[in-house]
Design a protein around this ligand. Structure first.
Ligand SMILES: CC(C)(COP(=O)(O)OP(=O)(O)OC[C@H]1O[C@@H](n2cnc3c(N)ncnc32)[C@H](O)[C@@H]1OP(=O)(O)O)[C@@H](O)C(=O)NCCC(=O)NCCS
Length: 161
C-alpha cells in the first residue's frame, strides 16, 4: 500500500545519507536513472542543492537544482506515482524557488520533454515560460527522440517575465 499523502511542510534539504531513497525514486520515475553515487557527485558540485519529502520514512518527491551566478537550473524533479496530483510537485517547485532566492538566484531555468504534458502544465502554472527548444534532445528507448523545451521563471519582482 502507498504511504499516505505527503505534507509539503515535510520538505527538507537533501543530505548525502538521503540519497539511496532519492535514487530509488529517481529509478521509478525516469528511463535514465541516477544511482546513489552519481547523485552524490551531482549534489557535491558547487551551487547545487536538493530538497525532498520523506513522510513516514519513504521518499515521495524531490527536486535538485544547481546555480551559477544569478541563474539556477532545475536538474530533476519527481513525485512518486502513487501520490501525484496532490500538490507535492508544486510544493517542491515553490520550495526550490524560495531556496534559490536565499542564494540570490534571480531566475530558474529547466528543460522538459515536449511530450511531458504533466510536467509542462506544472511548470506553466508555476510561472515558467518557454524560451527555447533543443530538437530531438531526449533519446527514447522506444520511439523517436523528443524535443526539449527550455523554460525560464524570473524570481525577482522586477523581472520582465
Ligand atoms: C511532473 C510531476 C513532478 C508532477 O507532480 P505532482 O505532485 O503530480 O504535481 P501537482 O500535484 O503539484 O500538480 C500541479 C499541477 O500540474 C499539472 N499536472 C500535474 N500532473 C498532471 C497530469 N498528469 N496531467 C495534466 N496536468 C498535470 C496540473 O495543472 C496540476 O494542478 P491540478 O492538479 O490542480 O490540476 C510528476 O508527474 C512526476 O514526477 N512525473 C515524472 C517525472 C517527471 O516527468 N518530472 C519532470 C521532468 S522535467
Amino acid at each position: 500500500m502507498e504511504s499516505p499523502t505527503p505534507n509539503p511542510s515535510q520538505i527538507e534539504i537533501m543530505k548525502n545519507y538521503d540519497l539511496p531513497g532519492v535514487a530509488a525514486l529517481h529509478a521509478i520515475c525516469f528511463e535514465d536513472s541516477w544511482h546513489t553515487e552519481l547523485l552524490g557527485k551531482i549534489l557535491s558540485a558547487p551551487g547545487t542543492f536538493g530538497l525532498f519529502c520523506r513522510p513516514h520514512g519513504k521518499t515521495m518527491g524531490f527536486v535538485i537544482c544547481r546555480s551559477s551566478g544569478q541563474e539556477g537550473e532545475i536538474l530533476s524533479l519527481a513525485v512518486a506515482p502513487g501520490v501525484r496530483r496532490n500538490g507535492l510537485g508544486s510544493a517542491l517547485l515553490d520550495a526550490a524557488k524560495a531556496h534559490a532566492m536565499t542564494r540570490e538566484i534571480e531566475a530558474l531555468f529547466l528543460e522538459v520533454a515536449e511530450d511531458n504534458m504533466a510536467a509542462r502544465r506544472l511548470y506553466e502554472n508555476s510561472g515558467f515560460k518557454i524560451v527555447g527548444r533543443r530538437p530531438r534532445y531526449y533519446r527514447r528507448r522506444y520511439g523517436p527522440s523528443v524535443d526539449a523545451l527550455t523554460q525560464r521563471c524570473g524570481l525577482i519582482s522586477t523581472d520582465p517575465g
